[in-house]
Design a protein around this ligand. Structure first.
Ligand code: IMP
Length: 186
């Protein structure tokens, strides 16, 4: 077992590191084709997108720029609040740029709905979305990623950048967090 230290806190591995790498390679080919001749600005949403940005950007063979935003999300609970606040803004002016948001997960889609509108209002030429994971509730917010890794069930997952109370981000795979962990913590 890869996670002997936290095995009692995880229910199952949903998506492995190898599956993620292979899918990101496929998506990189799509992105290279779609952005041929452009220099897209990859925008990562801190902190969860750190792993996917590192892997995805290195899978690309076209020139890109990278920038980061931090917005408020779950805090220490496992329910989305829908309240979005900019904690760290971009350093880059997105006016007249092709922006590709690089995300770890779309759950309700509230964060990305807001972020896409925000970047368009700053004059971005286009705003597309790449996400590694998507939960079924995303459909409610009518947010459709342009590049999707995997659809997963409506369970709280950790690893590959995703946390619960800032823990588990470093796990290489995406795993379901045992409900007893957050039941105990609240
Ligand atoms: P939203 O509900 O689509 O707005 O998701 C907002 C943020 O909540 C995501 O970017 C993640 O940081 C976090 N999130 C959603 N689902 C999970 C999960 O299953 N595990 C860890 N974080 C999650």
């Amino acid at each position: 077992m890869r996670y002997s230290d936290v095995a009692d806190q995880l229910d199952e591995v949903l998506v492995t590191e190898e599956q993620i790498r292979a899918r990101l390679d496929e998506l990189a080919r799509d992105v290279e084709r779609d952005y041929a001749g452009e220099i897209p600005l990859l925008v990562g949403v801190l902190k969860g997108a750190v792993m996917v940005m590192a892997d995805f950007a290195r899978a690309l063979h076209i020139p890109v720029m990278m920038d980061w935003m931090a917005v408020s999300s779950y805090g220490n609970t496992t329910q989305s609040s829908g309240v979005v606040r900019i904690l760290k803004d971009l350093d880059t002016d997105v006016a007249n740029r092709h922006v590709l948001i690089v995300e770890d997960i779309i759950d309700t889609g509230l964060t990305l709905t807001w972020l896409r509108e925000n970047l368009l209002s700053r004059g971005a030429t286009s705003v597309k979305i790449l996400t590694v994971l998507r939960k079924p509730d995303a459909v409610v917010a009518d947010i459709v990623p342009d590049y999707l890794g995997f659809d997963i069930p409506n369970k709280f997952v950790v690893g590959y950048g995703l946390d619960y109370a800032e823990r588990y981000r470093h796990l290489r795979d995406v795993a379901v967090l045992s409900p007893h962990v957050y039941a105990d913590g609240e």
